[in-house]
Design a protein around this ligand. Structure first.
Ligand SMILES: [Zn+2]
Length: 372
């Protein structure tokens, strides 16, 4: 709202989309309220606005009176009585003014309704912009998020991975406070990545203190080793500068022979302890994408539910058949899944220059086709 009203800011703005029907419905609705509304014509002032409509901007009439628009009498924008020349592509709206709204002189400015565009990329928020929650709040936010994500009907109800089962869906396993604090903004990123790839968002966090891995992923449940992940952020300084193992510059042509020059994982290419933590979370989310992209509950149940564990989701088939894969880290050489996850982490932590061009091609196709 702008300074158009000095008090009683209960003006209603009719939406411009589905214009005529919406304008009519809004008009009828306000008539039905039985209050002494007046109505004000508000045009969108730009160079596409009809001159008569621009001139009508700010015109106020009683509820039952017509506006005078370029000589035509119209009850509301889009009113058929205005004729085609006043109706087609009209983007004007009406503000309904309650009796106590006092109209002042400045021209009301309305924000253009932007059509909601699908997200086509993801960049991680700069660390300096992240507001880390207090431990208790972080724990609650993570728990609430997982519980909500667990209700997503796209999640299969049978498990593919051993050690992951329904008791973990919608839940967080016990993890130390500092890990929860660091995890909380990362899970928000994961939800955005889930939207980008049209896969269900993560539905569980498991404490994997008994395992050798830093983190892992299966059935939408991320495993986190409390010490391995925690040591990256421990000491109370989430943004403490971590150690960079070297300044390796990628050389796509020499990847095969240059093994010793590469870092163990791509998290070496981000600076702070928190970013290393986040890089691993993104790596695990990469696994979630190859496990879930293009998988319907039906295909999952048909294959996994009947214990056909050899079944591979479509992206896993695709990446396993990609010849001449080059990984941005030594760990990415382990197998095609880790190749995908390491490239994924590099790609979404702002290190796209490290990525295998074959991966970049695949990831762009996945984003493009996510909602086909
Ligand atoms: Zn991995």
């Amino acid at each position: 709202m702008t300074g158009a009203f000095s008090r009683g800011r209960s003006a209603t703005i009719a939406r411009t989309e589905t214009h005529n029907a919406a304008s009519y419905a809004t008009h009828e609705q306000h008539k039905g309220l039985g209050l002494e509304f007046r109505k004000q014509w508000v045009s969108t002032n730009d160079d596409r606005t009809r001159s008569e409509h621009g001139a009508a901007n700010g015109q106020v009439v009683g509820m039952d009176e017509p506006f005078t628009i370029g000589g035509a009498k119209m009850e509301y924008p889009g009113d058929p009585k205005g004729g085609a020349k006043n109706v087609i592509n009209c983007r004007c709206v009406v503000m309904y003014l309650e009796p106590e709204d006092e109209v002042v002189d400045d021209t009301p400015v309305i924000a253009q309704e932007q059509p909601q565009e699908r997200q086509t990329d993801f960049t991680p928020p700069p660390v300096a912009s992240i507001i880390f929650k207090q431990a208790a709040d972080a724990r609650k936010a993570v728990t609430d998020r997982l519980a909500a994500n667990g209700l997503d009907a796209r999640h299969p109800q049978s498990n593919r991975f051993r050690g992951r089962d329904a008791t973990m869906w919608g839940k967080t396993d016990d993890l130390p406070d500092d890990v929860m604090v660091a995890l909380e903004p990362c899970l928000e990123d994961c939800d955005r990545l889930a939207t980008l790839f049209n896969v269900p968002a993560l539905r569980g966090i498991k404490n994997i203190s008994g395992r050798r891995a830093n983190a892992d992923m299966g059935d939408g449940v991320m495993g986190i080793h409390p010490d391995q992940m925690g040591k990256r952020i421990r000491g109370g300084k989430l943004t403490a500068t971590g150690q960079r193992t070297n300044d390796w510059v990628p050389d796509h042509d020499n990847w095969e022979t240059n093994k010793n020059g590469r870092d163990w994982t791509v998290s070496a290419h981000v600076d702070t302890g928190f970013e290393k933590f986040r890089s691993t979370v993104y790596h695990e989310f990469g696994h979630h994408v190859h496990q879930m992209y293009g998988v319907s509950v039906q295909t999952w149940n048909d294959n996994i539910g009947r214990r056909r564990f050899s079944w591979k989701p479509p992206v896993e088939v695709k990446i396993s058949r990609t010849r001449g894969r080059k990984a941005p880290s030594v760990y990415g050489d382990t197998n095609y899944r880790e190749w995908f996850a390491e490239n994924f982490a590099a790609y979404f932590t702002g290190n796209r220059h490290l990525c295998d061009p074959k991966f970049v091609k695949i990831i762009k196709e996945l984003i493009r086709d996510a909602y086909k």
